[in-house]
Ligand binder design. Structure first.
Ligand code: ASP
Length: 413
């Protein structure tokens, strides 16, 4: 029997990427940059725009439901509050550090990033907003408008409120909780459909980018990828080694050795959620109490994404430079806040972080269409960032486990 190997989405996207580069380079060589840019912008890029539109369409239900589901998965607020606060504090602090690392690395690389001349949106002006306005605007004054305007920060606040409301409502909230879980599952599937057309979207966008820019853009993509991986490496060495050493009193060498299977699985599957069973096993191997790992890990797979946060910061700085926007300090702080929140809103599935990047870009006035420039190589970013996300979840489980052990010992003394 002739066994045909099925090509996964990652493989198809890679083919779309390479084909897009080749076809774009042919246009560029045959017509010259200006004519090739105009032609592909008119006839080929629109197919990529369809894909980007679909991504933008799914992002609202995706965030709304995955965060509500994450809160609901905590169970009873009172019972899990104790562990919950420690877990969330760990998640928030490490993710904010991840953003800062991402911003520093990206700023060091900024000089080498290109300024592209993309005819479209040339007259686009950067939005400037001050920090206080940004904070006030996180809180919605209307329940419906944030959904229709895709105001992601407001949507996150709404989901947190309703998630907590469902928990506090107890028995009466249960039906809605189940509905949210089921709706969340369906939304994930719809996202799967949309991602399945990604290879064609990638092809169209790559043809346009390479035709308009010439193959020199490829060197820049390598550079932004390198910046992200340097950020990932610094975060692992700085934050996780230190936190497991200081809080869990575990040697970083032992931790990394034991967590390696989960990291490797995440690297290839690019899904924190799919990696959960392996991550759980690694935590069992590190003697993390089952009650703690089964609470911290699923929550982490839904809301704790340090790798994603680093990627979003690096990508935002890169794309800002590409379209000639010089970001102010307030905009950088906005990136830290939105990337932290966006990474929380990112579902633990393949490619989800790139979808949420739209929110970070929007917050600092970069048109999300430009995600197309780096979308083709998203899988390469995703492998590293998912591995980091999963290692972050395991490090949290190990630390919370130790804190609880210490509390129990104190209570007994
Ligand atoms: N793939 C990542 C994860 O599952 C999410 C992302 O795309 O950033 O953790």
């Amino acid at each position: 029997m002739n066994e045909k190997k099925k090509l996964g989405l990652g493989g198809k996207i890679l083919i779309g990427l390479v084909a897009g580069i080749v076809v774009g380079a042919i246009f560029w060589a045959a017509m010259g940059p200006e004519a090739a840019g105009a032609f592909t912008a008119k006839y080929i890029k629109p197919f990529g725009d369809i894909f980007v539109n679909l991504l933008k369409f799914i992002v609202v239900p995706l965030v709304l439901l995955s965060i509500m589901d994450g809160v609901i998965s905590m169970g009873d607020i009172g019972k899990v509050g104790k562990i919950g606060w420690k877990t969330i504090a760990y998640f928030l602090v490490t993710t904010a550090i991840a953003c800062i690392i991402g911003l520093i690395v990206a700023n060091l690389f900024k000089g080498a990033f290109p300024v592209l001349e993309l005819a479209e949106d040339a007259a686009y002006e950067a939005k400037t907003s001050n920090l206080m306005d940004t904070i006030v605007n996180i809180f919605p004054s209307n329940a419906i408008a944030p959904m229709s305007n895709s105001s992601m920060l407001q949507i996150i606040v709404i989901s947190l409120f309703f998630g907590c409301g469902i928990l506090v409502a107890g028995e009466k909230g249960k039906a809605l909780g189940e509905l949210v879980s089921s709706f969340n599952e369906v939304t994930q599937k719809v996202m799967g459909f949309i991602l399945s057309v990604a290879p064609y979207g990638v092809f169209a966008l790559m043809v346009w980018v390479v035709a308009a820019q010439g193959p020199k853009i490829l060197g820049s993509l390598g550079l932004v990828l390198l910046a992200a991986y340097i950020g990932y490496a610094i975060h692992v060495v700085l934050v996780y080694s230190m936190s497991v050493k200081i809080f869990a009193k575990m040697s970083p060498g032992t931790f990394f050795k034991k967590v390696f299977p989960a990291a490797a699985f995440a690297f290839t599957s690019t899904s924190s959620v799919a990696s959960l069973p392996v991550t759980k096993e690694c935590c069992d191997d590190m003697d993390v109490h089952g009650e703690i790992s089964s609470f911290v890990l699923p929550l982490g797979a839904t809301i704790n994404m340090d790798g994603t946060a680093i990627y979003q910061c690096v990508a935002a700085i890169f794309l800002a430079k590409c379209i000639g926007i010089d970001l102010t300090l307030v905009q950088m702080i906005t990136i830290v806040v939105t990337a932290t929140l966006a990474s929380i809103g990112t579902a633990g599935t393949s490619g989800a972080g790139m979808i949420m990047l739209a929110m970070v870009l929007d917050a600092v006035g970069i048109p999300p269409t430009y995600i197309g420039i780096i979308y083709g190589i998203d899988r390469l970013f995703d492998m590293g960032r998912t591995a980091l996300n999963v290692v972050g979840d395991a490090s949290c489980a190990v630390c919370v486990n130790e804190w609880e052990k210490e509390m129990d010992a104190k209570a007994k003394a």
